[in-house]
Design a protein around this ligand. Structure first.
Ligand code: IPE
Ligand code: IPE
Ligand code: MG
Length: 224
């Protein structure tokens, strides 16, 4: 599999944390906790497979609608976990970036995001981009408002939070929709849907998705 073409930019909609937890009679927060751990596992595998960039949808501009308890967990637990595992930051040998709005986070969360970005920014090769408080409507409208007329594809792309086109877009947990993720960037992406819930999505699943991608014929409007 590895000798065939590896997608350069892979995006994953990390869905199904809650349903996965429910299966084990656990609270939804347990699913988010395990989903978060899985993110670093899958990023490592993606890097080792030769993927250039992995963009993951971790929290959408619409997810604020969730019950307060869940939103609070998602917005505070990562801060606690970051400081608890502070000394393990040096194991991260790739770049981590964040895409999304920055005006609705706490000062503490912004600080953690800033530390992670700064401490990994000189790493070369692989990038993990975490989309939090991200939504394509917001991204595209913000970009358009920053452009000078007449807007071109290139000038608009220049202003987007995520600039690279997506090659392979994966959604876990059975739903087959974009939920406001990478509407622009996924214009020519290959889609892969799996019923596996995000916390259970491991190396085998990622390799299956890549294998499926390798059997697609991308034409970009032309002829094969
Ligand atoms: C994805 O899992 C994580 C976030 C959207 C924060 P969900 O929380 O959507 O889990 P399900 O879809 O309810 O199972
Ligand atoms: C999309 O999942 C957002 C993330 C995975 C972060 P949702 O669970 O919020 O999507 P819907 O509500 O099922 O469309
Ligand atoms: Mg969901």
């Amino acid at each position: 599999m590895i000798d065939k073409k590896i997608p350069s930019h892979v995006a994953i909609i990390l869905d199904g944390n809650g349903r996965w937890a429910k299966k084990f009679g656990q609270p939804r927060s347990f699913g988010h906790y395990q989903g978060g751990r899985n993110l670093f596992r899958v990023a490592r595998i993606a890097k080792d497979l030769g993927i250039q960039k992995l963009t993951v949808y971790a929290f959408s501009t619409e997810n604020w609608k969730r019950p307060e308890e869940e939103v609070t967990y998602l917005m505070t637990k990562p801060i606690e976990l970051f400081y608890k595992n502070r000394d393990r930051m040096n194991e991260i040998d790739y770049k981590i970036t964040f895409a999304g709005r920055k005006d609705r986070f706490s000062k503490e969360l912004l600080e953690v995001m800033e530390i992670i970005t700064t401490e990994t920014k000189n790493h070369k090769g692989f990038e993990l981009c975490i989309a939090v408080d991200y939504g394509s409507y917001d991204e595209i409208i913000t970009a358009v408002n920053q452009c000078k007329l007449p807007i071109t594809k290139e000038s608009l792309e220049e202003k987007l939070m995520i600039k690279e086109p997506v090659d392979l877009l994966i959604r876990t947990s059975g739903e087959q929709r974009l939920s406001n993720f990478l509407l622009w960037q996924a214009s020519y992406a290959e889609f892969y849907f799996t019923k596996v819930h995000w916390p259970a999505f491991r190396e085998k699943e990622l390799k299956k998705a890549i294998k499926s991608y390798q059997n697609r014929h991308r034409r970009f409007g032309g002829l094969a």
